[in-house]
Design a protein. Sequence first.
Lengths: 268, 349
Amino acid sequence: MRRSEKKRIAFFDFACCEGCQLAVLELEETLLDLLSHTDIAAWREVMTGDEPPYDVAFCEGSICTRADEERLLRVRRDAKILVALGTCAAIGCHNNLRNRIDTREALEKVYGKAARGMDVTEARPVSAVVDTDYRILGCPVSLPEFIAVFKAILTDQPYRLPNEPVCVECKLTDTLCVYEKGRVCLGPLTRCGCGAICTRFGDVCHGCRGLVDEANLAAMPRVFSREHLHAIMGAVASGQPLDEERIRQMIALYNNYPELKIEDRGDA
Amino acid sequence: MTATHLISEDAFASLLDRLIQDMPVMGPVERRDQPGFYRFDRLEKTADLQVAYTTTTIPPKKFFFPPVDEMFTFDQSGPLHIEEQAEGSPFVLVGVHPCDLAAIEALDAAYAFPPADMRWIRRRKQAVIIGMECRPDDYCFCTSLGTADARAPADLFLTPLDEGYLAEVHSPMGSVLLSDTAARQATKNDRKAAEQVLQRKIEAVTARLTTSVSQLADILEYGGLTAVWRETAERCYSCGSCNITCPTCFCFSIEDTLDADLSGGQRQRSWDACQLLDFARVAGGHNFRGDRWQRVRHRWHRKFLYLYRRFGRPYCTGCGRCSRACTADINIVDITNRLVAHFQQEHKP
C-alpha cells in the first residue's frame, strides 16, 4: 500500500467533557505510531497554537451556542476531512437532553443573572450542523474504532461503522448475558464496536453508541414483560409502564437525535 | 462392544492432574462473576473442573475455531512477506456433553466438505476429547434429535456413578488415557447403572419437537409458513446470539487490519451470524435477506433443511443454547412446533 503524505491533523472540542480526547491520549505508544504519519496543526488539550488549513479535523462535543456554530463552520471550511469524535459529536449525548426543556428557563436555572446575553441555540451534535466524513461513536470513543478510522483516513480508505448489536461482542468474548443475571441491558438495540467493554466489566449496556440500524424497538416491551425482568424494571421505573415510550427514554440518554440517521458511513 | 472400565473419582483426578502438567486442559469452569453459570476455559488445577455443570454460553467449538482467529500476518515494508499463524499445540478437552460431541462431529463434516477448512482440521487433530454424561435443563431437547447418547468423536466418555465413573473407550487414544490409571473392568451392574443414568436423563428432557427431523425438513421445504416467520420476527432483535452460541453454526467473515505503522497487518476471521442485518448484504448494497423474517426463516432452513439434505443430519443437536441466549424468549422448540402446527392446520384432511 502506498504511504500517504503526512497529513495535517487538528482536534477541536465543543460542549463536552473532553473525555474522548483524554481517551485518545491514553493510547500512548500506539498514538505516537499513528501521529508519526501526521503533523499536528491544532490540539488545545495538548499544545498551544492553531495553524489552519487541516487535512483532518477531529471535532468533539455538541454545538450549543452561536459561537460554537461559527467556530465549527470555520473548521469545516478549513478541513478537507471532518471527523465527529464521540457520541456528543456524532449522535448527541447528555448535553442534548436540555432540548427537552425551555432553553431560557434552563439557562437561568443554571447560570442565574449571568445567563443574560448568552447566545445559546438548541444543542446539536456536530453532524447535525455540518457534513461529517467519518463518525466515531462511544462515550468516550471506542479506541479500537478511533484507531481504525485514523488508519482508514491515512490510507484513504472508507470506514464502515459496525452494524451489529452489542450482543455479538458479548458472545464473541464469552461474556455472560446481563439478562441471565436478571438485569436490563440495551445491548440488543445498540450498535457494537465497543468490544462490549461495559458488560465485560460487570455493568449493563447504556446504549452510548446509539441504535443499530433497524433496531427492533417494538420487541423491547415484550422482553421486559418476562416475569423476572418485570420485577426489576418495575422497581427501576418506579411504577411507570414498561412501554415503548419508557424504552425510548432510556435510549435517549445518549441517542437523542434519532431522526439523524447514520447513512454516511464513509463508503456511501 | 465398547470396552468399559470403572475408575474412581480419585483415579480420574490423578489422571487430570497428570494431563494438566503435560498440556493445556480445557473444561467447564464456574464463572467468577456469576456462580451457577459456567464457561469452557483452561483448567489451572483439577478442582477447577465442574463435573456437574449444566451448560455454557459458548460451546466448546471455540477451541477448534476461536471466535476471532488470526490466520496470518503480512508485512509490506519490503517485498510482501506473509507468515501463517500456527493453530496452537495439542490439548485435552474434558467434560463435553453428548449434544456438544454430536455438534463437533457435525462441524467435522461441514468443515471437511470441499474445500476443506485446514485450520479446523489441524486443530481438531491436536485435541483429545473426554465426554461426560449430563443433566438436562428446561431448554434441552436432545431426545428429539437423537443426540442424547451421542459419543463420537470422544476418545473417552464418562458417566458419573456412585463409585466413580464408568469410562467407555471410544478410540485408541482413549485406551492410552486409561493405561496409567487405576481402573477395573466394568461389571454388568456398572453398565446397568450407567444405562439407568442415561434413562433418567432422557426422562428429564421435557421439551420435545412434535415431529421427526425428516418430516420437519419436508414441511420446511413445502413452505407456506410465512405467517409464523413474520410473527417470530416481530420480537426478534436480529442480534445473532442464537447463531453465535450455536455449537453447529459455522459461518465466519474475514477481515484484514493494518498495524499502526501502515506497512504490516493481519488477516483474521471471526464468527458471523446469519440473523444479523448485514450478513447477506453484498457489494452494490443489495441485501438478499433484508427483511427480518427472511433471516429468521433462513436459520430454520439451514438447521433443518439445507444442511439436513446435504449431510444427512440436522444442524441442531438440541443443546438449547439459542433459546437460553435469546433475550426475546424465542424458543427453538416452541417455534418449530408452531411451524408444524401451522402446517397441519393448513393441510387438514
